[in-house]
Design a protein around this ligand. Structure first.
Ligand code: SF4
Length: 253
């Protein structure tokens, strides 16, 4: 199930340099870092050859549309009390975005702002995620964003294994409903939930995995990037991989 790919940046060093400047500008707001250049020239990433596989979109179940399938998952969750996290929640945060998304971001769980508003990634980390999405020339409306657990863990602690086990079947159904072209796991918790095994982020980054046939890229959680801005360049490299996969599948038609 696991497939590894070593990034090939030699062909597009110049484009990558420009792209790094673009991300720096988008994330830090540093002026004069070459953003004008990006308005003129879209960063073109050379697709890396990979084995030909059926497009995930072709595997879409016939019958119900993606929106209806997602609504069914939400209905099945109901006023969920399947794990202890229900006790502290203000709102269950299901996820949001278009059911037609080609890119799904999976985070860990709701934080304070998300719990309060019932929406994923709306706090400071959410603002950074928005800029990361913009950096690959998409908008929040183009993607789907959700978490492994739908209720806020107390004090924003990492969800326990039993809580992830209780909630992740609904995450899996969300992704199956959408069948995006690529999944981006934000942080270790999401990566582990999708890969079904423990690993370090160092061992997961820079590799291409598959989740039920859908390409999966792992990167840092935006909250981690806020605490460790030095890793933003590495996160950009991961986003380049995401963008590259979207380009590849688009080229396939
Ligand atoms: S975290 Fe998931 S499984 Fe636990 S109560 Fe909330 S919705 Fe239910």
């Amino acid at each position: 199930m696991v497939m590894e790919m070593t990034p090939h940046f030699s062909d597009d060093k110049v484009a990558l340099k420009d792209a790094l400047r673009r991300l720096r500008w988008l994330i830090t707001g540093i002026e004069g870092s070459g953003i004008q250049h990006f308005h003129r020239q879209r960063t073109v990433l050379t697709p890396t050859p990979m084995p030909v596989e059926p497009s995930p979109k072709e595997d879409q179940p016939i019958g119900k549309g993606r929106g209806a399938l997602l609504a069914e998952v939400r209905e099945d969750l109901g006023d969920c009390r399947r794990c202890r996290l229900h006790a502290g929640r203000t709102n269950l945060v299901f996820g949001e975005g278009t059911p037609e998304a080609e890119l799904v971001f999976v985070g860990e769980g709701p934080g304070f702002d998300e719990d309060r508003l019932g929406r994923p990634f709306v706090g400071r980390a959410g603002k950074l995620l928005d800029r990361m999405i913009q950096a690959i020339r998409l908008s929040r409306e183009d993607v789907y964003i959700c978490n492994v657990v739908k209720c806020r863990p107390p004090e924003n602690r990492t969800p326990g294994a039993d809580e992830m086990d209780a909630c992740s079947p609904f995450l899996f159904r969300q992704i199956e409903a959408i069948r995006p072209r690529v999944i981006c796991a934000l942080g270790l918790c999401a990566a582990q939930a999708l890969l079904g095994r423990a690993a370090s982020m160092g061992g997961l980054r820079g590799r291409r995995f598959k989740w039920r046939g859908i390409p999966l890229i792992c990167t840092y959680h935006p909250a981690y990037l806020l605490r460790n801005p030095v890793q933003k360049g590495a996160a950009w490299q991961d986003l380049v991989q995401v963008s590259r996969i979207l380009n590849e599948t688009n080229h396939k038609g």
